[in-house]
Design a protein around this ligand. Structure first.
Ligand code: ATP
Ligand code: MG
Length: 563
């Protein structure tokens, strides 16, 4: 029993449960999600959000949303706002208010002075290039900076003057005095502060020196009383530094955060580096951060993904200590499963072909009741109007059908979903020989779509009554990249050459009139076609639908084959 419970916990939950049992931090659990506001959140961040907020929820703790805003050059309030919107949309509520690392600039500055006074930090006059050149290699120690032997008084004097703005940008930095021979490169006198005259989106021009990530992150955790500071694996090598700072600034009796690393999410057929996403936006490869092809939360929302499906995806992939690549098809599978349960069904025709039913009275219309969602009886039924001229999908007709094609062709009978059985009696073509219209006859006895004599009719087609059809634009999205690993060539490589030329195709079709009541953001399953979400670009009388996912589930198939 005991064992079984333990097995279902991930390694972070095990750590937290051990801490709670041993009474560490008084049993409190306070996590944080610390985005840098230099871009929109993506599906990788969603994993981290679900993890941090989820742990707080599970253990009766809280989770802070903290903006890691220490680099004014790249940061912006637009990003701050979008991040808050996305976290809320995913279904999470942060502890009391948003937090900002920039609120701690004063305290972090005091800690820098404290380290100087302890002889643990010094002002260095080297440029960024010199610092990196003299850092050594993993097997050779680095060279000590001349600044290393400065007196405490001189360091205090220089550092306070750095703050006052007496030196030009990039001419001095404050460095920790640790070990230039450490096998961990991050411990070789890392930079704590740099001079950078940049207007900060919150502190304005109050500061011209800004702390480096490593000298702000753990300190922010400590100030907020974070118990478990969960980050991605690339920070594992920073952990000795995280602890070193805490060793020298933390006071007895205060909560000391523990850094725990987990494997970041990598997904096939997309990129997740914020630098690359920014390039896609800036260079116009997509329409914006919320382009439905983007792996951003804003993009996925616009595409029609639900917060529930993203949370389900995060739960399915779990947390591990080793990097893996997750198949995009798994994410799409989670979206499809969730939409299957909740999406309103409607009929829409993307590539319309007009069909005239010759023996149906031209002025007549009638209505057929169709279930709104066969997966959920409580969603009820709707009335769908029918008349003697309808649209069907062009692909559902073939003049010379190959073997195994059970849809409409000359002389063949098919079922119009929930309406009538029809037989094709004629094909109308234009002067170029293209099919412009079909002529059919219906069996008046087959009202509702059932053969009166029980004869077998294999094909069932969706349709829209021409007299009642609402013209609509369909944006048929596909994966943005053709390659499983589009960023193979690295951050600076030309990943944009792997962008798919077919990542979006638009079509003009028709939808049943039920759609008139829909609003942007509403999600539908267009029967036999796929899941769609109404786009904010929709206008009165002309809805625009984004294809969220097709109906075909390649993940379930692969899983079934291998399982
Ligand atoms: P940058 O490229 O700017 O470093 P980042 O993606 O690391 O970007 P942050 O804003 O620093 O962005 O990320 C906020 C939090 O989200 C961090 O704790 C980070 O570890 C986590 N995170 C970022 N990317 C992923 C990912 N792919 N999978 C899981 N967590 C992620
Ligand atoms: Mg980061």
């Amino acid at each position: 029993m005991e064992k079984e419970t333990a097995k279902s916990l991930n390694f972070i939950e095990e750590i937290i449960e051990d801490d709670i049992k041993s009474g560490k931090n008084g049993g409190a659990v306070l996590t944080r999600f610390p985005p840098e506001p230099n871009g929109y959140l993506h599906i990788g961040h969603a994993k981290s959000i679900c993890l941090n907020f989820g742990l707080a929820r599970k253990y009766g703790g809280r989770c802070n949303l903290r903006f890691d805003d220490t680099n004014p050059e790249k940061e912006d309030v637009e990003y701050v706002d979008s991040i808050m919107e996305d976290v809320k949309w995913l279904g999470f509520q942060w502890n009391d208010r948003p937090y900002y690392a920039s609120d701690y600039f004063g305290q972090i500055y005091e800690w820098a002075l404290l380290l100087i006074r302890k002889g643990l930090a010094y002002v260095c006059d080297m440029s960024a290039e010199e610092i990196s050149r003299t850092r050594g290699t993993p097997t050779e120690p680095g060279a000590e900076s001349p600044g290393r032997s400065r007196s405490i008084e001189e360091n205090i004097d220089l550092f306070t003057r750095m703050k006052k703005g007496e030196f030009p940008d990039g001419t001095k930095v404050l460095r920790a005095r640790i070990d230039m021979a450490s096998p961990n490169m991050h411990m070789r006198d890392p930079v704590l502060y740099r001079i950078k005259r940049d207007t900060h989106h919150r502190t304005g021009d109050e500061w011209c020196i800004y702390p480096m990530y490593d000298f702000a992150h753990g300190q922010s955790d400590y100030i907020e009383g974070i118990t478990h500071s969960i980050c991605t694996l690339e920070f594992e090598v920073h952990r000795p530094l995280y602890d070193w700072f805490l060793d020298h600034i933390a006071e007895e009796g205060r909560t000391r955060p523990r850094q725990i690393e987990f494997a970041r999410l990598n997904l096939t057929y997309t990129v997740m580096s914020k630098r690359m996403l920014l390039r896609l936006v800036r260079e116009g490869f997509v329409a914006g951060w919320d382009d439905p092809r983007m792996p951003t939360i804003a993009g996925m929302r616009r595409r029609g993904y639900t917060p529930e499906s993203i949370r389900a995806f995060a739960a399915v992939i779990g947390v591990a200590k080793r990097d893996t690549v997750v198949d995009m098809a798994l994410l799409e599978h989670c979206v499809r499963e969730d939409l299957n349960r909740r999406a309103q069904r409607v009929m829409g025709v993307i590539n319309p072909l007009r069909v005239v039913i010759e023996n149906y009275p031209p002025e007549k219309t009638e209505e057929f009741g169709i279930k709104n969602n066969p997966e959920d009886e409580t969603m009820g039924t709707r009335q769908v109007p029918f008349s003697g001229a309808i649209y069907i999908e062009r692909d559902d007709f073939m003049e010379e059908p190959p073997k195994g094609f059970f849809r409409l062709s000359p002389g063949r009978e098919v079922r119009l979903r929930a309406a009538y059985l029809i037989t094709c009696t004629g094909v109308v073509k234009n002067e170029k020989g293209e099919i412009t219209e079909l002529r059919c006859r219906c069996d008046p006895e087959s009202r509702g779509g059932d053969a009166p004599d029980g004869r077998k009719v294999k094909g069932t087609l969706h349709w829209v009554s021409a007299a009642h059809a609402v013209p609509a634009e369909f944006r048929l999205y596909d994966r943005l990249f053709t390659k499983e690993d589009p960023s193979e060539a690295g951050e600076d490589g030309d990943f944009t050459s792997n962008i798919s030329p077919d990542s979006v195709r638009t079509a003009a079709g028709f939808v049943e009139p039920f759609i008139k009541a829909a609003a942007a953001g509403d999600r539908f399953q267009f029967e036999r076609i796929g899941y769609f979400c109404m786009d904010p670009d929709s206008s009165e009388g002309r809805p625009v639908f984004n294809r969220t996912v097709s109906l075909k589930d390649s993940w379930a198939k692969t899983a079934a084959r291998s399982g």
